[in-house]
Design a protein around this ligand. Structure first.
Ligand code: TRP
Length: 453
């Protein structure tokens, strides 16, 4: 029996708070902004289908492994990986997996903050009532005008990063917990209202069949990779965010049950977002494959037309901002915990420093919509590159290595002890999936995308 560690950063007050916090991390721009536009650019129903398979067969088992490692290590991902590697007599090079996660966290947060900034701009616009008096073309024009202005983008990027830093500097209990408790249910209810509105439009049945009728001739190998990347991105997997949150999890809580709740809530929100958005796309004669602007163009058009649209529109973007906020804190948390553990920094200082790094990186992202729009590598701007490298490569690679660590290298008994669900059929299912199916799945999708299969 190994000694039980304690986290120096504190602990969630109950497993419900953990579920709420992890759901807060998972549910964010990834569900409401990224999932619909990724579905649109990768062929609709087939993408949704591959996405759900990836969640079930790859993401859920890896999420359990990530939470398990976090709770066993009880430190920042870098130190957790190092401590667990020592405990299992493995190479201390495993700490570099933690490092890759920290780097990925900075990269994701840098562009995430820019997009979250857009929601701030849209709260103000929706509140001003301008969508009610604008034509569809004018509304599309607002989005382009926002992207064309580096100054405006910089202001809202800075505001969002400051919000993130403030919550992270307050620490586990007072900062992170309080933020998620009432925002998540509110967002959920508003999404249902939006789905209700979508049902009343003429595009509803086309929207549904676009999302749920899988035409596999429409999805490419790159699309399959994108679906897997989306699963990792949406569930906050593969970079240590969930590991970090797991390190604050009380000892008795069931990892399997909490994982299923988080994954179910996250998937439900993504699907609801799709069901709310695609009918509007067809009802207003828009294109589903327009990319990152999708919700920032379709939804304002809908808010402009629906009853009480000014109110619902403002509320929607406020809730989206909060969803992004509860996600962004989990991107910063692993780096901050490491600075506190290894550099002896106080939390506020560590948060400010980490936030500053992400903020600087983010400037590249906001410039890639205007001044740097023509600087491309492999046809991708800085923004696209950050997104692609993290979601499609670093997160799945991180998840693959985590699965290998947990299911191939750790002693089987250590896993049994930490998961605490006995050694029965449920455990065996998990062990089999995380040992064989998840890693092989990630590998095949990788290889296929580089054209070997
Ligand atoms: N999952 C969040 C979303 O869907 C984004 C996010 C938060 C994330 N933490 C993460 C993505 C860690 C990858 C890794 O918006």
């Amino acid at each position: 029996m190994t000694r039980k560690r304690k986290s120096i950063h504190g602990q969630w007050s109950s497993r419900w708070v953990f579920v709420l916090a992890a759901t807060g991390s998972a549910v964010g721009l990834g569900n409401i902004w990224r999932f619909p536009y990724m579905t649109g650019t990768n062929g609709g129903g087939a993408f949704v289908c591959v996405y759900i398979l990836c969640v079930l067969l790859v993401a859920i088992p890896i999420m359990m492994a990530e939470i398990m490692l976090g709770r066993r290590g009880r430190q920042s991902p870098i130190n957790t990986m190092q401590a667990l590697a020592e405990e299992e007599s493995l190479s201390s090079a495993w700490r570099y997996l933690g490092w890759m996660g920290v780097v990925a966290g900075f990269m994701i947060l840098s562009f995430y903050s820019v997009v979250a900034g857009w929601t701030i701009d849209y709260i103000i616009r929706a509140g001003s009532g301008i969508f009610t008096i604008s034509s569809d073309i004018e509304i599309a024009g607002y989005f382009d005008a926002l992207l064309a202005s580096p100054e405006r983008l910089l202001v809202i990027h800075t505001i969002f990063m400051a919000l993130t830093v403030i919550v992270v500097s307050m620490g586990v209990r007072s900062g992170l917990e309080r933020a998620v408790k009432f925002m998540m249910p509110a967002l959920f209810i508003l999404l249902i209202i939006m789905v209700g509105y979508a049902m009343s439009t003429t595009g509803f049945s086309r929207g549904l069949s676009y999302m749920f009728y899988p035409d596999f001739s429409k999805i490419s190998a790159a699309g399959v990779l994108a679906a897997m990347g989306q699963a990792f991105f949406s569930l906050s997997l593969g970079m240590g965010a969930i590991m970090m949150y797991g390190s604050y999890l009380p000892e008795k809580a069931s990892i399997a049950k909490t994982t299923f709740m988080i994954a179910a809530a996250d998937t439900l929100v993504a699907i609801l977002a799709g069901v709310a958005i695609f009918p509007l796309v067809f009802a207003y004669g828009l294109e589903p494959d327009k990319g990152p602007g999708l919700i920032f163009i379709t939804l304002p058009i809908a808010f402009g037309k629906m009853p009480y649209g000014e109110f619902f529109g403002t509320l929607f973007f406020i809730l989206l901002l909060f969803a992004a906020w509860t996600s962004s804190i989990s991107l910063l948390e692993p780096a901050v915990a490491w600075l506190v553990e290894n550099r002896g920094m106080r939390r506020p200082r560590a948060s400010a420093l980490a936030g500053l790094i992400a903020w600087i990186l983010g400037i590249g992202s906001l410039l890639s919509f205007n001044r740097w729009a023509d600087y491309k590598l492999f046809g991708k701007t800085w923004f696209d590159m950050m997104d692609y490298l993290t979601s499609n490569i670093m997160l799945p690679l991180g998840g693959l290595l985590l699965a290998i660590f947990a299911a191939w290298l750790m002693k089987r008994q250590s896993c049994v002890d930490e998961l605490g669900m006995g050694d029965g059929i449920a455990y065996k299912c998990w062990y089999f999936t995380v040992r064989y199916i998840a890693p092989v799945g990630v590998l095949i999708i990788f290889l296929q995308a580089i054209g070997i299969f």
